[in-house]
Design a protein around this ligand. Structure first.
Ligand code: PGA
Length: 245
């Protein structure tokens, strides 16, 4: 695991964008796994800048997103479909046919999850998976206790996640209770991982991920077992690391 500590959110985002851009230049038809949340927003802004300023080409890139809420249509402003198109895809020259985001409205969710896994295999596997991390060490919607071998599946969201999400919806009844998420095992199959974290709120999770024992109670700790993982954090997120990097 390569740990890179940057000064702040902007520097974290720039370094992450350099890594993604380098992989896309080296292999224009690469497969990139994308994440939602506040953490990758700076990275996405920088990728858009590189696309506009330097013509960074996404026309042959295949994408797979980590997760999506069950029951939200793609046009809902809290869906991860909406997030990805608004914050990244519509600003790049991605080919719609190569974009994959779990379908929250799928009628047969188990069949959809199996199909999603098959599509990743058909695409040749994910070359580079971008990851955020929860303060509790979750990756995607794999909350503490998730099997470290899990595959794409439906997960019940925890009470804390429901509470954290309530502010984005008009009524509590609208807050999604389930999500489709790649499993920890699915994420570990990516050829390369790029995990980002910013802010002191992530410092315990980053200390566990980089220096703690591997445990399903901090799902991100499994990243220690990956052959090619880079963790890019700002100083605040790195503040509880004991080793010198
Ligand atoms: P955040 O979420 O980027 O909004 O902090 C990350 C996550 O919960 O995985």
């Amino acid at each position: 695991m390569l740990v890179q500590i940057t000064e702040n959110f902007e520097a974290m985002s720039k370094l992450a964008a350099e890594i993604v851009a380098e992989r896309v230049r080296r292999k224009p038809d690469c497969v990139v796994g994308f994440a939602t949340g506040s953490t990758p927003l700076g990275l996405y802004k920088e990728l858009i800048r590189l696309h506009r300023a330097e013509g960074l080409d996404f026309s042959k890139v295949t994408t797979f997103n980590l997760d999506e809420y069950v029951g939200l249509p793609p046009e809902h402003d809290q869906s991860y479909h909406y997030f990805m198109w608004e914050n990244l895809f519509k600003h790049l020259n991605v080919d719609r046919r190569f974009v994959h985001i779990p379908m929250g409205m799928a009628k047969d969710i188990d069949a959809f999850c199996a199909w999603y896994e098959e599509k990743m295999v058909e695409a040749g596997g994910i070359d580079l998976q971008i990851l955020g991390i929860g303060a509790n060490g979750h990756i995607a919607f794999n909350e503490p206790g998730s099997s470290l071998g899990s595959r794409t599946r439906i997960k019940t969201l925890t009470g804390t996640t429901l509470e954290a999400n309530a502010r984005f919806f008009k009524t509590p009844a609208e807050v999604p209770k389930y999500a489709i998420t790649m499993g920890v095992g699915t994420i570990m199959d990516a050829k390369e991982l790029l995990l980002l974290a910013s802010g002191v709120g992530k410092s315990d999770a980053i200390a566990a991920t980089c220096e703690g024992p591997i445990t399903a109670m901090w799902p991100a700790t499994i990243v220690q077992m990956h052959r090619s993982a880079t963790v890019v954090v700002d100083q605040a997120a790195a503040s509880k690391l004991k080793m010198k990097y």
